[in-house]
Design a protein around this ligand. Structure first.
Ligand code: URA
Length: 196
């Protein structure tokens, strides 16, 4: 099966990408190659939120284009019928942490205004947070993803659906993968007829 390409349009206000590129609010700007603003023009009002760009994203400037990203986008297509530009994909932190380290609290705080601006602009009906970092920031909690996943929340004017990071499904096998699929299906009632 062909895995669809990530959308290359992006739903952000005018000047947003330039602001991200010029940001020096944390040390990550000094080591990254390309800031990753996000992707997708947002017609489906579903925002997928990851942690931070990895090596492939840093090289291309697009979110979730590496192995775990391809899995995530295939699952979004399988479970919700969403692909390409319909889906908005972004990361809590826009610049790659060296060695794919988990972004520090200071780095997450420094980057948060961009996320807040993107959410206010897109007004997503559903935010799907993948992994601990994005989930904990969006739900303002320190609880872990295994505890939080499997149900929906409300925050930032959206239904929030926390689930495992696709990298965990690549490592964790069938059980994690099935949990991820079933979490994504929780979004179906909120898609407003856009898909699935
Ligand atoms: N992991 C993430 O959290 N985001 C990406 O864009 C790629 C991998």
């Amino acid at each position: 099966m062909t895995i669809p390409l990530v959308g290359t349009g992006v739903a952000v206000p005018v000047g947003f990408a330039e602001e991200v590129a010029a940001c020096t609010a944390c040390a990550l700007h000094a080591t990254r190659t390309t800031p990753v603003v996000g992707a997708g023009t947002g017609t489906a009002k579903v925002l997928i939120l990851g942690e931070a760009p990895g090596a492939d994203e840093d090289r291309t400037g697009l979110p979730f284009v590496g192995r775990s990203g391809r899995l995530l986008r295939q699952l979004m297509l399988d479970e919700l019928g969403l692909e390409g530009n319909a889906l908005t994909i972004s990361n809590l932190v826009r610049c790659r942490p060296p060695g794919n380290a988990t972004p520090t609290t200071q780095q997450r705080r420094a980057c948060w205004p961009f996320m807040a601006e993107q959410i206010a602009y897109l007004q997503p009906a559903v935010i799907i947070t993948v992994g601990n970092t994005a989930t904990q920031q969006i739900l303002a909690t320190t609880a872990g993803i295994t505890t939080l996943r499997g149900v929906t929340y409300e925050a930032h004017g959206a239904v929030v659906i926390p689930t495992y990071h696709p990298a965990a499904a690549l490592r964790g096998g069938a059980v994690v993968l099935e949990a991820l699929r079933s979490d994504l299906r929780l979004a179906r009632p909120y898609l407003g007829g856009v898909a699935a």
